[in-house]
Design a protein around this ligand. Sequence first.
Ligand code: SF4
Length: 245
Amino acid sequence: MAFESEIQDQVAELNARLRNATPQEILRVAVETYGERLAMVSSFGAESAVLLHMIAQIKPDTPVIFLDTGMLFGQTLDYRQQLAARLGLTGVRDIRPQYQDLAVHDPNADLWKTDTDACCNIRKVLPLDRAILPEFDAWITGRKRFHGGERLRLAVVERGEKDKVKFNPLANFSKEALEAYMIEHDLPAHPLVAFGYPSIGCWPCTKPVEEGQDVRAGRWAGTDKSECGIHVERATAPVEVGGDI
Ligand code: SF4
């Protein structure tokens, strides 16, 4: 593993080089730079098909980490299977929460009602850490600046949590560009998009939005929460729950 200053230098250099590059150029550089130490993380949500199609054209066996929180819509699980098969992606991995974490901290699957941060921690943050930390030095996300909030200042390449490098190839992409790409490549939409869901996560924490609302307005609607914790810098390791029952 590289030293902290080396990672900072590398991120600065990549960012300067790729700031105005196309998503495909960014993906190619990520693949060439990190090879087998690179993964993509995808929710197989409303906008995921675009980035998945792009990586399928460049390196279809790229490991794609899909966090199956146990709380996803059935339509998302179906879409994950159908889209991966259609795009020829051969490296999709279904990552699930640890049984012990659920048994101890969320035995009735209702933690989301009282503590969404704790629920996201055991169902998303910890499983992703376990999937990424030992095997990968860099990963690709599908975040975009037009999502608003903390994503407005999103860099194309950033030093992520635990000194992993994060590539955001669609940081500069607009909603219109996404829609045009979907049409150009005849990509199937997530089935819930037609029912007013422009951003899709777990069923208890995702609502449809009204015309004109922000893309992510339906995520944890009515609360201050806007991110699950995966993309939030953690000064220390997340609290490791689970272990012995
Ligand atoms: Fe739990 Fe909701 Fe977070 Fe999903 S989005 S892990 S249900 S709190």
